[in-house]
Design a protein around this ligand. Structure first.
Ligand SMILES: NC(=O)c1ccc[n+]([C@@H]2O[C@H](COP(=O)([O-])OP(=O)(O)OC[C@H]3O[C@@H](n4cnc5c(N)ncnc54)[C@H](O)[C@@H]3O)[C@@H](O)[C@H]2O)c1
Length: 268
């Protein structure tokens, strides 16, 4: 039986990619679409996007869905995710909830983790296999070189992106800090003016914004005799959308808990 799937942020760049792929995938039956209503103006999703979803309408609230989903994928906006998630967490029937949205505050992440006590939940700032391998390589490089090399993170995204640094860059930073295991390291976001010499325990964080860049991340280890750069470039949004669908399938039969991409990709 196909998994009944609802997509939150359905009109977005990611939402559309997920719906397009879900329509071609027999694992899923697209049963619910949620977004801000002003984009549909009474039209069906198919009329707005051209995707073959028949008479499926987009609604703005979870309670308006005609069919109860068995899995939810949310790529919207951090405040929107918090509102939808709170509503779903209060339902009697616990629905697996995949969060691809980025830009959460520390307190919002704590609340998300709290909800994972009552429902299967997965939060990942980047659902591509390649970037998750980049996290692992960052771990290895930090452990072996981190203390003697200068570390910088450079990310690039399209000119519509709301949050900076990207959720993926912040995850890379978290991996580096966890593996340096030294509280004296600190982050410098960009450099401007007479900033003086680079301090040994700086970790540089730089964000490029422009055009239609889908997502680029580079972790740079600069030593005195050599440099190592590990870099990932997304060539289209399907890598994230495919990852999100994989997460929904993974989470579908899980018991409540907080899951991550390592578990989904078998990298744990
Ligand atoms: N985890 C990943 O792999 C990954 C990959 C790409 C993007 N992202 C993140 O996913 C999010 C969406 O990215 P995008 O490029 O599709 O953005 P987008 O702006 O194209 O789409 C966001 C959609 O959310 C909708 N939205 C806003 N408020 C809403 C609400 N209250 N309820 C329902 N929908 C609402 C918007 O109308 C819009 O259609 C961002 O946070 C982005 O950083 C994550």
């Amino acid at each position: 039986m196909a998994i009944k799937l609802a997509v939150i942020g359905a009109f977005g760049r990611m939402g559309k990619a997920i719906c397009r792929l879900a329509l071609k995938d027999a694992t899923f039956e697209l049963c619910g679409l949620i977004d801000a209503l002003d984009q549909s103006k009474g039209q069906t999703y198919e009329q707005v996007t051209g995707l073959k979803t028949g008479d499926l309408m987009v609604v703005s609230d979870f309670d308006e869905l005609k069919i109860q989903p068995e899995a939810i994928i949310d790529f919207s906006f951090h405040k929107a995710t918090m509102l939808h998630l709170e509503k779903v967490a209060k339902k009697k029937k616990k629905i697996p909830y995949v969060i691809g949205t980025t830009g959460f505050s520390g307190d919002e992440v704590k609340t998300i983790k709290k909800y994972s006590k009552v429902m299967p939940l997965l939060l990942s700032p980047n659902m591509s296999l390649g970037v998750n391998i980049l996290f692992l390589l960052t771990e290895v490089l930090t452990k072996s070189l981190g203390k003697s090399y200068d570390i910088e993170i450079i990310e690039g995204h399209h000119n519509q992106k709301a949050d900076s640094p990207s959720g993926t860059a912040l995850k890379i930073l978290e991996v580096i800090k966890n593996n340096l295991n030294d509280d004296e390291y600190f982050t410098v976001n960009g450099r401007n003016g007479l900033v003086g010499k680079r301090k040994p325990k700086e970790i540089g964080m730089h964000a490029i914004r422009g055009g239609s860049i889908i997502g680029e991340h580079c972790v740079f280890f600069a030593g005195t005799d050599d440099e190592i750069r590990i870099e990932h470039r997304a060539l289209n949004r399907d890598i994230f959308a495919k990852g999100a669908l994989k997460c929904a399938e993974f989470l579908h039969k899980k018991t409540p808990g907080f899951y991550d991409m390592k578990a989904v990709l078998g990298l744990a």
